[in-house]
Design a protein around this ligand. Structure first.
Ligand code: NAD
Length: 497
């Protein structure tokens, strides 16, 4: 039987992939290949950029009223297609349906923010800066903008980018992850159905060849990237080297600090859902619990007890709470870390490699490693799987230093009942997003998302106000008009005031 080939979406139509190169797309729950995605050549990328460039001159002049109406229509279409999107996400990524629907809901938040575009693009005005002189600032679109996104949130991360970019008057070329490309293509169809002109939003599937072309293409003004740290660094350096504006979000190693006074049940619930939800394949997953003082033993016990009750199975099964990993290779790599942790001296409290599953899906059980120290590979590397490390710390100070010394700085959280300690932590935490009794502090759509240190290359966070800033450039107008007394039109000057 012929394997289905996943195409590009350019200028409002499906564009056949013609490079001859493809990448397999799997159903991670069964291990079966379900499709092949076409990997674009530079010519195919050029076709998508040309469509976006042609659409830009009309789109940037389209009124705010029309843009707003279209964005509302898109928002509603995405909402009514939540189930369909969620099923595509589960089929190719493996996450459970409830997680997948949650991903779509978080993406809709970003569309809703973009619906407020008229307010976001207001600019500012000073009358009479000097006598007869007014000064005003406006923000203008950049042109054609590219987005390059990771496998773990195939719908939400693109939605972090293109609604705001398009609302600001740009046109967009998305290069989604080649591992789960179908949900972004459905988003493109819904976008066109909402009434946006062809070419305003395009999807080109591909790998490094496509990314490299986007990073150097003369008609691309800016690049938003989300993915692993080495590629984020590469994208930032190459894109800025080619004169583009770039924001590149990288990997993470998020610490959850639990103080001795914390509610142990609350902290254990949070650790389990934040470490193992979506099989740990979230950039805001908790991967290290820092247990301070005497909380360590009861906390590890409470986490272990909850792990035994987790239901792991196909994402399409409503009873599953955790699905498979994205590929067989990634599953094996993650399993390897459990062995490495044991060899380096960590205590393996729960070994996920012992779990057994029917079939050939990319499943792995959940693991808990205690007494992890900062020199171990399980602490130093981003594992990106269902492996939670516990580091014991004697004091708050030691916990804060761990967060500070970690090369990543995406998110961190504290669990405590002490308001003073929480307030101190929000100041001490060396990370871009901080949770207080919230394990995964992903900001709502009207704030911005971004880490520090190796979790972000560039200075602008994604979506929210910083997203609008990234996708626009400032123009300041200084205007002088004749004195009213000298006006050609009789203004009745001087007037009674
Ligand atoms: P990845 O870096 O492998 O891929 C991301 C994108 O880059 C994909 O579109 C891919 O096709 C492209 N790419 C991969 N290798 C490339 C190369 N050599 N040259 C050019 N382009 C290349 O990341 P992933 O495995 O898809 O996603 C997981 C990673 O993303 C994790 O590290 C995770 O922490 C990170 N992530 C970060 C955030 C954040 O907000 N900071 C959010 C989600 C995921």
């Amino acid at each position: 039987m012929d394997m289905r080939t996943i195409q590009h979406h350019v200028n409002g139509n499906r564009l056949a992939a013609c490079s001859g190169r493809t990448h397999p797309v799997f159903n991670p729950a069964t291990g079966e290949q379900t499709a092949a995605v076409g990997l674009a050549s530079t010519d195919e990328v050029d076709a998508a950029v040309a469509a976006a460039r042609d659409a830009f001159s009309d789109w940037r002049r389209t009124s705010l009223a029309v843009r707003t109406k279209l964005m509302y229509a898109f928002r509603n279409l995405v909402e009514t297609h939540t189930d369909e999107l969620a099923r595509l996400l589960t089929a190719e990524h493996g996450k459970v349906l409830a997680d997948a629907a949650g991903e779509v809901a978080r993406g809709i938040e970003n569309i809703e923010y973009a619906c407020g575009l008229a307010d976001l693009l207001k600019g500012s005005y000073n009358s009479q800066a000097s006598t007869g002189v007014d000064v005003y600032s406006v923000r203008e679109p950049l042109g054609v903008v590219a987005g390059i996104t990771p496998f773990n949130f195939p719908a939400m991360v693109p939605l972090w980018m293109f609604p705001n970019a398009v609302a600001c008057g740009n046109t967009f070329v998305l290069k989604p992850s080649e591992r789960d490309p179908s949900a972004p293509l459905l988003l493109a169809e819904l976008f066109d159905q909402a009434g946006f002109p062809p070419g305003v939003f395009n999807v080109v599937n591909g790998d490094k060849v496509a990314v490299d072309r986007l990073l150097t293409h003369p008609d691309i003004a800016a690049v938003s990237f989300v993915g692993s740290t080495p590629i984020a660094r590469y994208v930032y350096e190459t894109g800025t080297g080619a004169g583009k504006r770039v924001q590149a979000l990288g990997g993470a190693k998020n610490h959850m600090v639990v103080l001795p006074d914390a509610d142990v049940d609350l902290a254990a619930d949070a650790a389990v859902s934040a470490a193992y939800g979506s099989a740990g394949e979230r950039c805001m997953a908790v991967s290290v619990v820092v247990a301070v003082g005497g909380v360590g033993d009861p906390l590890v016990g409470a986490i272990q007890e909850r792990m035994g009750k987790l239901s792991i199975g196909p994402g399409m099964d409503g009873k599953s709470e955790m699905g498979p990993l994205i590929t067989r290779e990634h599953r094996d790599r993650v399993a390897g870390y459990v062995g490495a942790g044991a060899e380096e001296g960590a205590t393996v409290v729960v070994d996920g490699r012992n779990a057994t599953f029917d079939g050939d899906g990319f499943f792995l059980g959940v693991s808990l490693l205690d007494n992890v120290t900062p020199d171990m590979t399980v602490y130093r590397d981003e594992i990106f799987g269902p492996v939670l490390c516990v580091v014991r710390a004697d004091s708050y100070q030691e916990a804060v230093e761990l967060v500070e010394q970690n090369p990543w700085g995406n998110g961190t959280a504290i669990f405590t009942r002490d308001g003073g300690a929480a307030r101190q932590f929000q100041e001490d935490a060396d990370a871009g997003m901080v949770g207080v009794n919230v394990p995964i502090p992903v900001p709502v759509g009207y704030h911005s998302f971004g880490g520090w240190k190796q979790s972000l290359f560039g200075d602008t966070h994604m979506y929210g106000p910083e997203g609008v800033h990234f996708y626009t450039k400032a123009k300041v107008v200084t205007a002088r008009w004749p004195d009213p007394a000298e006006s050609q039109v009789d203004l009745g000057f001087p007037r009674n005031r």
